[in-house]
Design a protein around this ligand. Structure first.
Ligand SMILES: Cc1cc2nc3c(=O)[nH]c(=O)nc-3n(C[C@H](O)[C@H](O)[C@H](O)COP(=O)(O)OP(=O)(O)OC[C@H]3O[C@@H](n4cnc5c(N)ncnc54)[C@H](O)[C@@H]3O)c2cc1C
Length: 515
């Protein structure tokens, strides 16, 4: 039964129920909150897919300073140093909190947490669960905790479509829910809508993660940051499955190698070979595919017969797609995996528009810079959820009364029309001509006001950010600007992106902003 929405007026509204949204709701307890979940609680999130784990300096030989240094090195000169220090310092106690919330992490024989090693981490610090089932276990435990919390009203099947803004302040959320349009009056909104992989033809993200939270924030006038930095995972299972099953780096860590159809190990001369940084491996695979080759992961010798025990979920996904990883080569290709950019937030998770916060992958805290260190995103979401909750509960609560008449609910967004456009122009390797034609193709779609409008709008903002960054750094690689330029983070507002796009293209009607 649909609750009386008027009775919920004034409560903070959290949009999205992955790890970030679930944790913010739990951290706000006992303050009453509303948690909007697009699908049934626990489904449709990248969080549930996570295989590797959460990074935290828990080992005797480890220290937050080492974790922070590894994070900065991966971020290629663009991380926010203070944020990296603060998050890595808070990570160990966040893991202990998760244990208290009921997350069953894998343990060694003596009972201590088992710590895994991942590429570009200088110490073993990856806390994991059920082997490669970390995300599933994390979401299970957090969903149970949320269900037990009397302060959290969970509204399943509710999709936020617009933020309501008056005098430059958020005053509510307009959503599609069971029974039609749902309007929430509140001056405290947390965007926790995850990543943008759903905008691309090949992605490891669930389809529902297509940057909707970024569109909500951008239309409300908020600043977005570092949008051009998109991490491609080099080894997603090739084919037409959406989302593309991910074959974790840990498989290469156990000795699997990358070969082309001739059996040649084309990465063998790269420093680090198959365990080179994620962006370097993604570029090498992308180039090989662009040259007309096929690329495979060969796990037959290593991990070989141990594959099923060490990576049960990955083995099952490969077999479901028709490949036995123990006896056959696995066809792979890079796929969009993680967005370093997002809603620009301060250390408390506040966006640039009053009443707006963001947490998790939808937020850009500055932790990841130009490239995310593996397993740093879930821990960022868990740690930052506390700071967001503290800030939200300290803000003045108000029902956010609107003077204007209610807005009409925008149509159900549809990202399918932009996927090929974005995949062509915003791949692993980018250049002026590709970005220019991506912007020209997306501008009329972003302005058309129909179902494609929001996905096209975010694609357009990403393309403009990538077009403006005339250098190669981290996950952003311009074949026409292969050198590094000045180390500067980027920020973009909707009007600015549209103005830049219009310099390349004329003839677009004004775009709808939150009113
Ligand atoms: C295959 C895979 C493996 C990964 N492995 C790891 C790992 O080992 N370690 C690590 O640290 N990170 C990993 N990541 C990244 C990590 O999982 C994500 O960055 C993190 O889970 C994001 O959490 P989130 O809560 O911000 O977003 P999500 O978990 O994606 O949750 C966002 C939710 O918001 C919902 N939503 C979107 N728009 C709306 C709307 N308008 N209204 C209502 N709801 C909405 C979505 O449907 C979704 O359910 C992995 C990602 C993938 C895809």
């Amino acid at each position: 039964m649909r609750p009386d929405l008027r009775a919920l007026a004034g409560r903070p509204v959290i949009i999205g129920a992955g790890v970030a949204g679930l944790m913010v709701a739990l951290r706000l307890a006992p303050e009453p909150v509303v948690l909007l979940s697009k699908g049934p609680l626990g489904t449709g999130s990248s969080s549930a897919f996570a295989q590797g784990g959460l990074a935290a300096s828990l080992g005797d030989d480890d220290d937050p300073a080492l974790h922070s240094a590894d994070t900065l090195a991966a971020g290629d000169g663009l991380c926010d140093d203070a944020i990296a220090k603060r998050i890595t310092r808070a990570a160990p106690s966040a893991i202990r909190d998760l244990v208290r919330l009921g997350v069953r992490f894998d343990r060694r024989a003596g009972g201590a947490l088992a710590l895994g090693l991942e590429a570009a981490h200088s110490r073993r610090r990856i806390v994991h669960a059920a082997g490669d089932g970390t995300g599933r276990e994390l979401v299970r435990a957090l969903v149970e905790a949320v269900r037990r919390a009397p302060s959290i009203v969970v509204l399943e099947g509710f999709e936020a479509r617009r933020l309501l803004v008056e005098d430059g302040t958020v005053v509510g959320v307009l959503a599609a829910g069971r029974g039609g349009t749902a309007s929430f009056e509140t001056t405290r909104v947390v965007i926790a809508t995850g990543g943008i992989g759903g905008l691309f033809a090949q992605s490891t993200n669930p389809n529902g993660c297509f940057g909707q939270g970024l569109a909500l924030a951008a239309r409300a006038g908020a600043e977005l940051a570092d949008l051009e930095f998109i991490q491609f995972h080099p080894t997603a299972l090739a084919g037409h499955l959406r989302p593309a099953p991910l074959i974790s780096e840990a498989v290469r860590g156990e000795g699997a190698v990358l070969v082309d159809e001739t059996g040649r190990r084309f990465l063998v001369d790269e420093p680090g070979a198959e365990l080179a940084p994620r962006d370097a491996v993604a570029r090498a695979v992308w180039r090989r595919l662009a040259e007309g080759h096929q690329v495979f992961l060969d796990a037959r010798r290593n991990p070989g017969a141990r594959f099923d025990v060490r990576f049960p979920a990955i083995a099952a996904a490969c077999r479901a797609a028709g490949f036995d990883p123990v006896t056959q080569l696995i066809p792979i290709r890079p796929a969009v995996h993680y967005h370093m950019g997002g809603v620009a937030v301060d250390a408390a998770g506040r966006g640039s528009v009053p009443g707006l916060w963001a947490c998790g992958e939808a937020a850009c805290t500055g932790l990841h810079g130009a490239n995310r260190l593996a397993s740093n995103s879930l821990i960022e979401a868990v740690v930052c959820a506390s700071w967001v909750a503290e800030s939200v509960s300290g803000a003045v609560a108000s029902a956010g009364h609107r003077r204007r008449p209610p807005e009409t609910l925008p149509l159900t967004p549809d990202a399918s029309r932009v996927r090929n456009i974005l995949s062509r122009g915003l791949g692993v390797l980018r250049n002026e001509a590709g970005l220019r034609s991506t912007i020209q193709a997306l501008l009329p779609l972003a302005c058309d006001g129909g179902p494609v409008s929001d996905p096209a709008l975010i694609g357009l903002m990403i393309a403009v950010a990538a077009w403006r960054r005339q250098e190669s750094r981290g996950a952003h690689w311009r074949t026409d600007f292969p050198e590094r330029g000045a180390a500067q983070r980027s920020s973009l507002r909707l009007e600015e992106a549209l103005a830049a796009a219009r310099t390349l293209d004329a003839g677009c009607t004004p775009i709808a902003r939150s009113a």
